[in-house]
Design a binder for this molecule. Structure first.
Ligand SMILES: Nc1ncnc2c1ncn2[C@@H]1O[C@H](COP(=O)(O)OP(=O)(O)OP(=O)(O)O)[C@@H](O)[C@H]1O
Length: 253
């Protein structure tokens, strides 16, 4: 497996708060990597630095061997990195299909909404995209009428419309009803594997991590405390004590 994303020596402080304190991480082509860790550990900051929303004070990030630090978010998308947000960034007054068509059009180079809604080929591609995510029955629902699970999936579908090689997801199942979480994870695993997309995702639900991740990186105070295969890291006594909590019980069968 080759390295797709490589971060070295990332440092970022907000006053006295260290959001990144020497982050070194390689993301391998094709893997699903979970980032876990307590609130404030710097997980979202890593996504923001990788996608051009935050600039570290030191360090480097290379994607497919090319440096990307300093590029604006839109250029990083063009290089093949997309993201979804902890709070989905949908246009509430538009339908699911219109939101998806906007993303399809953005990938084609058009960022102006009316063009997206006029062109039938964008709508067709958007329908195919929604179908792959199981969202077609909701195509004509307004985005602000969706439950959290459907909102999250629509947001991720819009990121996938950009045809990324690497997708970064910030808490893809947060706020989703427990009964719906695993269905979302199964959809993501299926769609992303099929599209050959490498994924990095921040997640607090360890059942989701155990099902979804090939490897797990444990963040703590801006540093990576542990990194390795999911089964190994999730059963690591120090990780369980410091991060997961002993009350969680056995995570893996
Ligand atoms: N733009 C900012 N300005 C000031 N402080 C910030 C900013 N962004 C992040 N921080 C601080 O940096 C630290 C790391 O934040 P970050 O959001 O990366 O953590 P996190 O691990 O994603 O937390 P959570 O699990 O709660 O989302 C926190 O203490 C946060 O308050």
């Amino acid at each position: 497996m080759s390295v797709l994303l490589s971060a070295r020596g990332l440092r970022l402080a907000f006053g006295g708060v260290r959001a990144a304190d020497g982050i070194d991480l390689d993301v391998m082509q094709g893997e699903f990597l979970a980032i876990i860790g307590p609130n404030g550990a710097g997980k979202t900051s890593f996504i923001n630095m990788t996608t051009g929303y935050l600039r570290p004070q030191a360090g480097s990030i290379a994607f497919d061997g090319q440096p990307i630090l300093g590029l604006p978010p839109r250029k990083i998308v063009r290089r093949g990195i997309a993201r979804s947000f902890q709070l989905p960034q949908l246009s509430g007054e538009h339908t699911v299909l219109e939101n998806a068509a906007l993303a399809v059009a953005a990938h084609a180079g058009f960022w102006s909404p009316w063009r997206a809604l006029l062109r039938p080929e964008y709508r067709r591609d958007a329908e195919a995209l929604l179908d792959s995510f199981g969202l077609l029955p909701l195509a004509h629902a307004r985005a602000d009428a969706l439950n959290e699970g459907a909102r999250k999936l629509t947001d991720i579908a819009m990121a996938v419309a950009l045809k990324p090689r690497l997708l970064l997801m910030d808490e893809p199942t947060s706020g989703v009803a427990a009964s719906e979480k695993m269905a979302i994870v199964e959809t993501l695993v299926r769609v992303l594997r099929q599209a050959g997309v490498t994924a990095v995702f921040v997640e607090h639900d360890m059942d989701v991590v155990a099902r979804f991740a090939d490897r797990v990186a444990v963040w703590s105070q801006g540093q990576i405390l542990a990194l390795g295969p999911a089964a190994q890291v999730l059963e690591d006594p120090e990780v369980r004590r410091e991060v997961i909590g002993i009350e969680a019980g056995p995570l893996l069968p």
